[in-house]
Design a protein around this ligand. Structure first.
Ligand code: B12
Length: 223
């Protein structure tokens, strides 16, 4: 049991839960439909590099398993953090990895916004969050709390430069070759309807998944 909750002990706890990177975002200005708590802890787990390499031509059963495994692992990590924060008298709410439920399946709470504001990375040219360590080959979850942790420096610029590998790889032409800026409407960057349709065409997997743009990113292929 933790005696004192600070950045160090939160980091230790998240490491024991296999979180590969995490950061703190200020919830001011308030993130879309976020709970009324001042701090967002954004966490990520990386996809197995071997599974990612198998995704170049479309989703595989291995990826489907990995996707489900990481959803469960992230939900376990975020719930454990919530339990520990509450045990220590703090308010805490988590947003599940697969949180959706809005119009067209969009989420009232986008994890990617918390991740960029926590300083963990930027949004790439096919609207994926890109970590400098793991590229877009990650899944995300978020915990809101009133624990007083210092917030990281938000990332406000894309580091994709002239690269168009994810755009060229996408069979549905979803990317518009535009550099992301915070607050930019997703439609200027990426065609989510075309992505959704493309995912419905894959017969090798049951879940609505793809991942071709993940496998194409040079940042995903550094390790
Ligand atoms: C709905 C949804 C979809 C939809 C729409 C996708 C989309 N890009 O919006 C569809 C079905 C098409 C889809 C497809 C996929 N998805 Co999806 N999806 C979601 C879900 C449930 C909600 C996303 C949402 O509502 N988007 C609304 C838009 C407007 O917001 P956004 O996606 O976060 O992106 C904008 C904001 O974050 C904003 N932003 C970023 N930083 C900041 C900072 C500030 C200050 C401001 C104001 C704004 C801002 O800029 C972004 C671009 O406009 C999330 C889970 C979640 N709750 O976050 C997963 C999620 C986005 N999906 C994910 C993945 C992996 C996929 C797929 C690869 C499928 C798969 N698993 O194989 C594809 C890839 C699509 C792609 N290239 O983006 C991951 C992304 C991981 C990553 N590295 O980015 C998420 C985060 C799930 C997770 N827990 O990890 N998905």
């Amino acid at each position: 049991m933790l005696n004192l909750l600070d950045r160090h002990t939160v980091g230790q706890l998240l490491r024991t839960k296999d979180v590969d990177a995490w950061g703190v975002a200020s919830n001011d200005p308030r993130l879309p439909l976020a709970p009324d708590l001042p701090i967002a802890i954004s966490m990520l787990m990386r996809l197995e590099p071997l599974v990612v390499r198998g995704l170049r031509h479309g989703p595989t059963e291995d990826y489907e398993e990995e996707y489900l495994r990481l959803n469960i692992a992230l939900d376990d990590a975020s719930q454990t953090l919530v339990d520990v924060l509450r045990f220590h008298g703090h308010a805490a709410e988590r947003v599940a990895a697969t949180h959706g439920g809005g119009a067209n399946g969009d989420s009232p709470f986008p994890h990617k916004s918390a991740a960029t504001r926590a300083g963990l990375g930027w949004i790439g040219k096919t609207a994926l969050f890109v970590s400098p360590q793991f590229g877009p080959a990650v899944r995300l979850a978020t915990v809101f709390t009133d624990l007083g942790l210092p917030a990281g420096e938000p990332v406000t610029e894309s580091d994709c430069g002239q690269c168009r590998d994810c755009i060229d790889a996408c069979p549905a032409d979803c990317g518009k070759d535009v550099q992301w800026r915070p607050g930019m409407a997703r439609e200027l960057l990426f065609d989510a309807g075309a992505c959704r349709h493309q995912m419905s065409l894959f017969e090798a997997v049951d879940a609505q998944i793809c991942g071709i743009c993940i496998a194409a990113c040079p940042y995903a292929n550094l390790h």
